[in-house]
Write a protein that binds this ligand. Structure first.
Ligand SMILES: [Zn+2]
Length: 400
């Protein structure tokens, strides 16, 4: 079993060890050492990166008999030989901050909302904890975040100790493990005590800052996403930039930003309704012009128009209306959609024409003989597409 050097010193980034075994796989080697400072992927914490004898370590995991397995793509030392290891300091310290912050946040949530942590994942940037409750309020999160940051600022010492299972309850350990035996305990001042095998900061002040950035319900649990250290300040910087730009754009204090955006969204909705109403109102006056501008094939007017921005429902009503007013085939397009309408009595009806269009130009859709719609038309020159389609319609009429 490999001696885990990080258990008693999370700040050991360089070490010497002897090679115990080498297993060659297809494209990599699995190296086991007599001792290691590399943290293997476990307990929701990412593995350490770094090098062994200048060979890149691209994975560290727990193997059989609790051995720490180092995954290297290149290797040349023999069993028994001494090697020197170097742990990626930046990545390890970032993990230590996240891990220590997670312990404090879990304890804070337990205190402010009686919420039990049932799982944790410390990601590359964002980290999460899962709680066995669905009842967390925004106020709970605010209180827990504040409590966590208070503990960080108190710069409490983080202490490692060991204890037997039967003593854990008496010591006040949070989340007592199911299995028995001796446990490594991580204490944060007298605020928090948990059994944990991960790497942590020596003092809470090293975390810098914790910020909760998300909450989601998952089955019967709640998952909270948080950032800490420099990742939290970066997030603050980016969000502050957005708020600052929007506040300038709306010429208001950020306190009033939500109100201003809601007002604008409501105003936009009212305007859309008004535009729709006006489109309907002016439509009868456009009919005559549509008739005059249309081309005629075998006594049927072909009306083909491209719209940039129009209420889709109104567009359909209008197409039906035109087809009722005079003998016509109506092709109204907007974005990636095409509305097709055909007057009663034309045997090349809207269903037939829709099929003809899709066969030749793509898209999908359908409808009835009076009106149909094609959607998802491949991007391209819609003007020439409609021109070609009109020629195809003419061919169909000529065929009769
Ligand atoms: Zn831990």
């Amino acid at each position: 079993m490999s001696e885990r050097l990080y258990y008693n010193n999370s700040y050991l980034f360089e070490f010497d060890a002897a090679v115990e075994s080498i297993t060659q796989k297809d494209s990599y080697y699995e190296i086991i050492l007599d001792r290691t400072a590399f943290y293997p992927e476990s307990g929701g914490q990412n593995f350490d990166c770094g090098t062994l004898d200048n060979k890149k370590v691209s994975g560290v995991y727990v193997g059989d008999n609790d051995a720490v397995v180092h995954h290297c793509e290149q290797w040349d030392a023999e069993p028994g030989q001494k090697v020197s290891g170097e742990v990626d300091k930046k990545r390890r310290i970032s993990n230590m901050r996240k891990h220590t912050a997670q312990h404090i946040l879990s304890q804070a949530l337990l205190r402010v909302a009686s919420a039990d942590t049932v799982g944790a994942h410390l990601g590359e940037t964002e980290s999460t904890i899962e709680l066995s409750t669905l009842k967390l309020t925004e106020e709970n999160l605010r209180d827990a975040e504040e409590k966590t940051n208070e503990i960080i600022m108190q710069n409490l010492s983080v202490n490692i100790s060991y204890s037997e299972h039967e003593k854990l309850a008496k010591l006040g350990v949070r989340r007592i493990p199911d299995r028995h035996g001796k446990f490594r305990l991580v204490g944060i001042g007298d605020f928090e005590l948990t059994a944990c095998g991960g790497t942590h900061c020596a003092f809470t002040g090293e975390i810098g800052l914790l910020k909760i950035i998300g909450l989601e319900k998952i089955r019967k649990n709640t998952r909270i996403t948080f950032l800490c250290g420099l990742e939290a300040t970066k997030d603050y910087y980016l969000k502050n930039k957005v708020v600052e730009k929007l506040s300038n754009r709306f010429t208001c204090h950020f306190d009033n930003l939500e109100n201003s955006v809601n007002k604008l969204a409501n105003y936009n909705g009212d305007l859309k309704m008004e535009i729709g109403r006006l489109q309907k109102e002016i439509f009868p006056y456009q009919l005559q012009k549509l008739k005059e501008d249309a081309i005629e094939i075998s006594g049927v007017k072909i009306i083909s128009i491209i719209y940039a921005d129009y209420d889709l429902k109104n567009l359909k009503e209008m197409a039906l209306h035109v087809a009722k007013e005079f003998k016509s085939i109506v092709l109204f397009s907007m974005d990636d959609k095409l509305i097709i309408s055909a007057s009663d009595g034309i045997d090349k009806d809207a269903s037939f024409l829709t099929k003809l269009f899709i066969e030749n130009f793509g898209g999908r859709g359908g409808g009835n003989p009076a009106i149909a719609q094609v959607g998802g038309i491949p991007a391209g020159d819609i003007d020439s597409m409609l021109e070609k389609f009109t020629k195809l319609i003419k061919k169909e009429f000529d065929r009769v």
